[in-house]
Design a protein around this ligand. Structure first.
Ligand code: PMP
Ligand code: GLN
Length: 379
């Protein structure tokens, strides 16, 4: 393995899900729902397989899905997108990695925020580029303007933005997005905007950065059916943006996977056109689960951050006397029969969040209730 990929031999998600499987603990570590998406979606995929949609789909993705993504962006955000400027990818992961590979050379710099989804650091390392990170600190996770400004240099090519943000649950404020937009424009950087949790915001709107003045021209917007339709195993994602930027991503994507998810694409296309009740129901259900888990963690003695988005809660274990979240997470199955993820693993320096734990709440109410009962034993 090359030195630049050596730090990436395993992922925290694989380790924590293995820990849960080994110990029989409730897995609130890796973020995946324990209920599948809408039945119409599942039936449509079965019909597509039975109907013979089982060979290579077209390189950019099936037309129906590219049109559905464009219609979705207009319907929810007023963003006008040509279906020809939509590229279907193997999950958001491929879109992110292909975009970073397409747009950076060794030595170029990518500005991103810490803690970050682990795939970001790996994508930047694959490209041989360097990441310049800005730390979001608990509680509040506000953007420090001076630190963000300082992260930009003449070598900055990309900003890798994620709102709603994994693992903090933060939804960037309009003012923060405007600051990112201004600095990206000043440095002529492209923004890669990972919006996989776009439909999971609670009481605040999701604002795609591409909707800010002048930003559609320099933004690649990415999302995924895995989150919106609770089918993380399908790995259907997409990216859209200016013609030349999407063409660059397509050039790389061809040689990563060529195409993907043939029979799932038409099914996802139809799901994107589901009525508002589906999207409202997803949001309302998750908001209730968030409150359930937050109340339980608070009662157990954690100092809980209130997430405005995603399906993750971060909770500080220091008030319980646990100052090392990494050690606590390895012991948590034995102590409480629950698995969580230490937020430190999403940082370059784990000391930036020494006692913070991330718990996923995209689980059935009964599972969350049981987890909360078990965690009460910690106090
Ligand atoms: N970005 C973020 C912030 C995520 O949390 C995830 C979830 N795994 C992804 C990207 C990857 O999405 P996908 O499974 O569609 O590749
Ligand atoms: N996005 C999910 C999480 O943050 C899991 C992704 C993965 O397993 N790679 O938990």
């Amino acid at each position: 393995l090359t030195p630049r990929m050596r730090p990436f031999t395993t992922t925290v998600f694989a380790e924590m899900s293995a820990l849960a499987a080994r110990t029989g603990a409730i897995n609130l570590g890796q973020g995946f729902p324990d209920t599948d998406g809408p039945s119409s979606l599942l039936e449509d995929a079965v019909a597509a397989i039975r109907g013979g949609a089982n060979q290579y789909p077209p390189g950019p993705g099936v037309r129906e899905l590219r049109e559905a993504v464009a219609a979705h962006q207009e319907r929810f955000y007023g963003l006008r997108t040509d279906p020809d400027d939509v590229l279907v990818t193997v999950g958001a992961t491929e879109a992110i990695t292909a975009a970073v590979l397409a747009l950076t050379e060794p030595g170029d710099e990518v500005v991103t925020f810490e803690p970050y989804y682990d795939g970001y650091a790996a994508a930047v390392a694959l490209a041989g580029a360097a990441r310049r990170t800005v730390v979001l600190r608990s509680p509040g996770f506000a953007v420090d303007e001076a630190a963000l400004r300082a992260a930009f240099t003449p070598r900055t090519r990309l900003v890798l933005l994620n709102s709603p943000h994994n693992p903090t649950g933060k939804v960037f404020t309009r003012a923060e997005l405007e600051l990112v937009a201004r600095l990206a424009a000043e440095h002529d950087a492209v923004v890669i905007s990972d919006e996989v949790y776009e439909h999971m915001t609670y009481g605040v709107p999701h604002v795609p950065i591409a909707t800010l003045p002048g930003m559609a021209e320099r933004t690649l917007t990415i999302s995924s059916a895995g989150k919106t339709f609770s089918v993380t195993g399908w790995k259907v994602g997409w990216v859209h943006g200016p013609t030349e930027l999407v063409a660059a991503v397509r050039a790389v994507k061809q040689f990563l996977t060529f195409v993907g998810s043939g029979p799932f694409q038409p099914a996802v296309a139809r799901a994107l056109a589901l009525p508002d009740e589906y999207f409202d129901g997803l949001r309302a259900g998750l908001e209730r689960k968030r409150d359930l888990l937050m109340t339980g963690l608070d009662a157990a003695g954690f100092a809980v951050n209130r997430p405005d988005g995603t399906y993750f809660v971060t909770a500080d274990a220091a008030p319980l006397g646990y100052t090392d979240a990494m050690a606590l997470c390895w012991d948590l199955p034995e102590l409480a029969g629950v698995v969580g993820v230490p937020v430190g693993v999403f940082h370059d320096d784990p000391e930036a969040a020494p006692s913070l734990v991330r718990f996923a709440f995209c689980k059935q109410d009964a599972v969350l209730g049981e987890a909360v009962d078990r965690l009460a034993a910690l106090g």
